[in-house]
Ligand binder design. Sequence first.
Ligand code: XMP
Length: 318
Amino acid sequence: TWTPDHFVDSAVTALQNTIGPDDQVILGLSGGVDSSVAALLLHRAIGPRLHGIFVDNGLLRKDEFANVLKAYEGLGLNVTGVNAAPEFYAALAGISDPEGKRKAIGRTFIEVFDREAHKVQGAAWLAQGTIYPDVIESVSVHGSSVTIKSHHNVGGLPDDMNLKIVEPLRMLFKDEVREVGAALGLPADILNRHPFPGPGLGIRILGDITPERVQLLQRADDVFISLLKKHDLYSHVWQAGAMLLPIQSVGVMGDERTYEQVVALRAVTSVDGMTADWAHLPYEFLAEVSNKIINQVRGINRVVYDISSKPPATIEWE
Ligand code: XMP
């Protein structure tokens, strides 16, 4: 029978037999479950010969880069944090089209990752946190003629480096990945984290992306996510987040007229992200989130809740 401990033992042995004794391995870390579990597994097999690269694209959640980097270091991982936010913002300047954003973010990620990967002497392998559903999805996506959204994930392949690919999780389902992560001591907040798209807040800011708009959304999103956790609702939804809309609306504060930004809250239940229902969160909870965002996040004067299911509405707005 499959147990996480057996899996860890046999995967570690297999990795040690596959990866040469002097080979260095590169892995892109995203802060998500899959890449983090892959890192811990490889770390157990080859220690500091695993070189994690964690890129701050400036589109992560509030304080996420610093917190996750600290967690990785606490786990003893050999990881380099790369602050590339300015490069991403520059690449995104003036782009408001969703596919254009995805392409700019994906391209910039590969440039940054490539540059960092080249700094690793003796690199022979690129590790990826691919899991079984990704293997299936990429087959079906490439087999179909329609691309709904071009997905960008961590781990572009630096092509002149001749790296071999190692994917230690490619036979696992998500729940098994979580069990393996728990067996390897991954902290609960990374283990139970909601899925988060590779392009990050870039596809949750409709219209132009500027550092100011990113900060505004980070603050609203942080209120939403913190309250979900506080009220023990976080683990009951598949995914949640705030979207910054490209419009302003009129409001009133004291006896002043305001004309400010609108945020849409999105929370869904789902089994695999392919279909989803909007989460029927309690009205009192939504009221608390709305009040807190409007009171604390200067620049937002209206909060709406997305009550669309997938299909036809996708989880992300872009
Ligand atoms: P949609 O918006 O297509 O999203 O309903 C389904 C799931 O996929 C995530 N998503 C992405 N994940 N790179 C990713 O790694 C991407 O480009 C990307 N686009 C969407 C989304 O957050 C949801 O969990």
